[in-house]
Design a protein around this ligand. Sequence first.
Ligand SMILES: [Zn+2]
Length: 315
Amino acid sequence: MKKLLMITTMAAAIGCTVDLTTEDIKVADYKDGKECAVSLTFDDSMKEHYTIVAPELEKRGFRGTFWMCGGWMPAEPQYDTTHFTWAEAKEMSDKGHEMSNHSWSHPNMTTLSEDELKEQIRKNDEAILANLGKPSTTFCFPYNAYNDAVLAEVMKGRIGARLKEFWLGGQHSPKEYLQKQIEDALAAGSWIAGMTHGINYGYDCYEDASEFTDFLDYLKSLEDRIWVGTFRDVAAYTAVAKGISLDISKDGKEITVVPATNLDRTLYETPLTLEVNTDGKKIKAQQDGKALEASYRNGKAYITFCPFGGAVTLK
Ligand SMILES: [Zn+2]
């Protein structure tokens, strides 16, 4: 018995006891096999996004999406203490937050001529790229107002736009409402985006900033189940996951998974998660000769791979 146990242990250690079938493998709906995704998004380049929001997110390991209007950002900060500056936006961007386009000067875009519409988008895109060194690849409409023509224009060279949001701010979002948004997203396996403006000032600010940080703590307590990701990252992940094809074959105990996607890598670069039903056993995964990271939960292995890379082998 002792000998048998030892053989079993050794076999597990070298990873040859798992006999996977091709049906055991799929791309997870969300990163690391999380059940739903939440993007925390903040509109209008408000100073508190720099002084309060970004640091509170970072404390919890979260990153946010900040929709900026270049025309509102102060050239001389001493005359405008209510908006963050380009230098502050650069700092946030360098820390991994997404800094993206909310039009140049916040008009209702459905009321603009075609030239004005293009100008509102272009001017802000150029300012973001020039000041932050990274392009804006998502969009948020001022007043959440859009129509088919506006949407088609902003989606040129972009991977997503915020079309639906839950209100994460002030008296519009009591604790029960916010928890319901999260419970519903978990139940439906959906991706939701919060919309926040000011924390202590602005038209929909909180009575007490602790309401905002309490919600972040609540999200943090669910981080094993919820992916809190930037709008860009979730948009890229879900688009690639949806369009990818996996050519899965088996030779002995080794499975080979060849991913293929038609999406443009420069725009959609993202890791994906392969969900492998291993009955709780450990497996070895490689892509292009390199070992891949794996985590284990609920009898499954979650393996991070590059959807634009070569064959993934599992054994
Ligand atoms: Zn706005």
